[in-house]
Design a protein around this ligand. Structure first.
Ligand code: 4AD
Ligand code: MG
Length: 463
């Protein structure tokens, strides 16, 4: 039976024969003895396999090279060498798959850019295996958090006819033959002949359907892929990203902010409690301040800041000589440089910004009595900027209708949504956490392309 490297490293059953399987990270040694560093993905740490060339001919190990996959049988022993507590004295080694010197991960210290070009192999590096184990653990933490609170995991459709955010950033889904349409003489597309009989797209958010769930089950959350055809080539944007969207009946703005804060802190603490080996590696290799920053977030109270006050702080900063690329005025959509100034320089902690001008926010947010602002509650993080977008929802049928008309949102696509307001409407609220933005924060990685196995960005859909 195979022993995983993570279990072998913890074992104290010295003298026992074990079988380990994995990929060779490095092989070194001298003419008498060879040392193979074996990794099987179960931990950032390698298991050392020691080969005595008197007992096993060196020639038989010619295929045991960096990248090769092997099965080693041997005796678990207490290690004499520094850096590890156990090792395996090999009795036999079988090579499952060779890797010759064209294997692209020969050397340590490849750049992130180089690794992006070989994203099919980069999970075999220390950095990406650490990121991917953390990614799994964060997903597990998220399900745990909501399950423990009695929220139901609610599956919303990926193909939809409605644009939740109203930003026109949707990828169209069609089975029509675009080549034939392009060659035809009719400039109008006949969608009745399309698969769904009408124009459809990939979803930008599961929120609208999530609201249907919340107004029946009380509290739900979604956790799935979302798609945005925004042409933003930045280290913070993906065309396909995963979003977590809780939606809760009878929740008000203060409770929503409490939930956002508790949720993010829970996830970060989970990483600290369960993924220390990987965090220590990333702290050493990628970002020296990582663990300290994660601890700080779990211990600090987030600043709660109305947009109007935030704008005042930024205007004062400009008066005192602070330079920004983009202008600041009441009503502007704050740029990431503004958000980061507030979080990193002014307050030096995460900020939950609230009560935004209605013009810069989506149609579904609840209006304040001033008639100008809406009850949005975005969470802004150091380094990342916006990590959560949330709001109390407008539950009044009439106010909702008025806004839909003002924004010329096609009504025929919205009747099902309006029924939540027409029948048994209730106050409710929710938010969306960008999973990869959380991953950026938790891993200290600098580019969102490096916290998802196969990133989708403009002009890039490899694999
Ligand atoms: O602020 P957004 O657009 O809000 C919504 O979609 C709401 N429907 C959520 C809700 O209230 N249920 O997106 C939510 C979060 C952002 O705060 C950000 O973390 C992430 O999703 N996000 C992206 N992450 C990666 N790439 C992109 N292109 C992203 N766009 C948004
Ligand atoms: Mg947003």
């Amino acid at each position: 039976m195979r022993t995983k490297v993570i279990d072998a490293l913890k074992s104290t059953e010295f003298g026992k024969e074990i079988t380990v399987k994995g990929w060779v990270r490095t092989r070194r040694g001298n003419k008498n003895v060879g040392f193979i560093a074996l990794n099987d993905g179960s931990t950032i740490k390698n298991l050392q396999i020691v080969v005595d060339y008197e007992k096993m001919a060196e020639e038989s190990l010619k295929d045991v090279t960096t990248g090769a996959c092997i099965c080693a049988v041997g005796t678990l022993t207490q290690s004499q060498g520094a850096g590890q507590s156990v090792e395996v004295l090999a009795k036999s080694i079988e090579v499952y798959g060779t890797a010759d010197d064209t294997y692209p991960l020969q050397k340590k210290g490849c750049t992130m850019e180089y690794l992006r070009g070989i994203a099919h192999l980069r999970p075999r590096t220390n950095t990406f295996s650490a990121v991917l184990r953390l990614r799994h653990n964060m997903a597990y933490a998220i399900h745990t958090f909501f399950h423990n609170k009695g929220y139901y995991y609610f599956h919303t459709p990926l193909i939809t006819a409605s644009d939740c955010e109203g930003a026109g950033q949707m990828f169209q889904v069609t089975t029509l033959d675009l080549n034939r349409i392009a060659k035809g003489s009719n400039p109008e597309v006949d969608y009745s002949r399309d698969f769904f009989g009408k124009p459809t797209s990939l979803t930008v958010s599961g929120q609208l359907e999530g609201e249907l769930g919340a107004t029946a089950l009380g509290a739900i959350y979604t956790f799935g892929p979302t798609f945005r055809a925004e042409n933003s080539n930045t280290p913070r944007h993906l065309a396909e990203f995963w979003m977590i969207e809780p939606e809760i009946a009878f929740m008000d703005k203060d409770e929503l902010m409490d939930l956002e804060e508790e949720f993010v802190k829970f996830c970060v603490k989970w990483a600290l409690d369960n993924c220390m080996d990987d965090l220590e590696f990333l702290n050493q290799m990628i970002d020296k301040g990582l663990i300290e920053r994660l601890k700080a977030v779990t211990e600090t109270e987030f600043m709660r800041l109305p947009y109007t006050e935030g704008v005042k702080i930024l205007e004062d900063a400009i008066k005192n000589g602070k330079k920004f690329e983009f202008p600041v005025f009441w009503g502007c959509d704050l740029a990431s440089e503004h958000e980061r100034y507030l979080v990193e320089e002014h307050f030096k902690r995460p900020v939950i910004m609230t009560d935004y001008p209605q013009e810069i926010k989506a149609f579904y947010m609840k209006q304040n009595s001033d008639g100008k602002t809406v009850q949005g509650t975005d969470v802004l993080f150091p380094e990342i900027g916006e990590i959560i977008g949330g709001s109390v929802r407008e539950e009044s049928y009439d106010k909702r209708m008025k806004r839909i008309e003002e924004l010329h949102i096609p009504m025929k696509d919205m009747t099902w949504y309006l029924d939540t307001r027409k029948y048994g409407s209730c106050p409710h609220a929710g938010f969306g956490l960008g999973f990869e933005r959380l991953m950026l924060f938790v891993t200290g990685m600098q580019n969102i392309r490096d916290v998802i196995p196969f990133p989708r960005t403009p002009k890039n859909a490899e694999y």
